[in-house]
Design a protein around this ligand. Structure first.
Ligand code: HEM
Ligand code: HEM
Length: 352
């Protein structure tokens, strides 16, 4: 087929090391994330045909998509579930790259590009969250953006820029929609292309076993196989599984749509979207200025630059590993507390 041979094949390697075909090397997570971004771009553009980004029309247009438009509910559900699942998959991909120490040397820049992609995925989900313009969206975005107020000096100014005014309103919806359907997808496509190109430039995937065996012996490390069919058949099977796993919830479980946003009626419990709940919980326990000015910048510096630290052995630096796992576990615990154990008025209890 013209498309497959001349365009798609051009982006793929001709041969791959046999060891790189092992599923357990990558768990297919990077490929799954790429497919999910493509799904978001396609379903997002389709939703945009009927979505109307103004406080007077947004809610009604989402209802129209959901109840009247042909396949509207399926595409909306698919967009919703894929967006949220993408955070989990990209995070697991990051974890697997970390645990296989595939961030060293020339791959360090690709680790940083990956962090950029992860940040964009969070922003895309967050900006999308507001678009249905229901109570859940309105108040979650109000509470999550208000974190900016803790930045001393120019926090209020930043908040007004992000919100396009002092409160969440028409300006915010306009800014979020422009970011969501224009700026963020473009940046994502750019970083993704760069990410893939860097993998090719690094000579393919990082193979931990090969590295170990080349240290022990002088024999050439890997046998190479033709990418077609060996790699492509695996990629097609993985893509089919991902599609099935996303279609299942999209057919049977609807994306939520609460009551129309009402800026005059604050709900009893206002929680940030689940991926920011850990941060919301942390702000309850630690002085917000310390969180915003010290903890978050330090965490970011660590994530960006730990690959420069000296490593103890092939599995990396033990302290770095402990710290990274500690960060992940800590954030997971805060998220669980915020999600399950906080109820009306953010009181602690059992509220699942
Ligand atoms: C990785 C990219 C993207 C992610 C992660 C993402 C995520 C989301 C999320 C989580 C929602 C809220 C859905 C809901 O709960 O109802 C949403 C809504 C929406 N998105 Fe995206 N999106 C992405 C790309 C796009 C693109 C490229 C477009 C259009 C060009 C788009 C258009 C829309 C529209 C119109 C809505 C409102 C409809 C609705 O809420 O059902 N999205 N998006
Ligand atoms: C939209 C998000 C992302 C996409 C589509 C993506 C895609 C991919 C793909 C397809 C690979 C090839 C191997 C594999 O499948 O694991 C890969 C490798 C890699 N990714 Fe990502 N990735 C994303 C996010 C991230 C994140 C969040 C990080 C880390 C912060 C990251 C860091 C890396 C690194 C360092 C490699 C090279 C690994 C090696 O050589 O074995 N990526 N990525």
């Amino acid at each position: 087929m013209f498309f497959e041979r001349d365009l798609f094949l051009h982006t793929r390697p001709r041969t791959v090391p046999a060891a790189a075909l092992r599923f357990r090397l990558t768990w297919g997570l990077g490929g799954a994330a790429a497919l999910m971004i493509v799904i978001q771009l396609i379903t997002g553009v389709l939703l945009n045909f009927s979505y109307e980004p103004s406080p007077l029309t947004a809610y009604g247009s989402v209802q129209h998509i959901h109840y009247d438009v042909l396949f509207g509910r399926l595409f909306r559900n698919l967009h919703h579930w894929t967006g949220h699942a993408l955070i989990v998959i990209a995070f697991l991909h990051m974890l697997r790259v970390f645990l296989s120490s595939a961030y060293r040397g020339s791959r360090h820049l690709n680790w940083i590009i990956g962090l950029g992609l992860f940040f964009l995925i969070l922003l895309a989900n967050f900006s999308g969250y507001l678009l249905p313009w229901d109570q859940r969206a309105y108040w979650a975005v109000t509470i999550a953006t208000s974190i900016l107020e803790y930045v001393p000096g120019f926090g209020t100014a930043m908040l007004e820029i992000i919100r396009g005014g002092s409160d969440v309103g028409a300006g915010t919806l306009h800014i979020f929609h422009t970011l969501h359907s224009g700026v963020l997808p473009l940046l994502m496509l750019f970083l993704m292309t760069w990410h893939f190109w860097k993998i090719r430039r690094a000579g393919g995937l990082f193979l931990p076993e090969t590295e170990k065996s080349t240290l022990k012996s002088t024999t050439p490390p890997t046998e190479r196989l033709a990418a077609r069919p060996h790699l492509f058949i695996r990629e097609k099977a993985a893509a089919a599984i991902v599609m099935a796993a996303l279609l299942y919830p999209s057919i049977f479980f609807n994306a939520p749509l609460g009551a129309l946003a009402n800026p005059g009626l604050t709900p009893k419990t206002v929680k940030a979207p689940w991926y920011f709940i850990g941060l919301q919980e942390l702000l309850i326990h630690v002085n917000p200025v310390v969180v915003v000015l010290v903890l978050l910048p330090l965490m970011l510096l660590f994530l960006l630059f730990f690959p420069l630290l000296k490593e103890d052995n092939l599995n990396g630096n033990r302290l770095v590993r402990l710290f990274f796992i500690g960060l992940v576990a800590g954030y997971a615990i805060l998220t669980i507390i915020g999600l399950i154990f906080r109820g009306p008025g953010m009181q602690l209890g059992w509220f699942f």
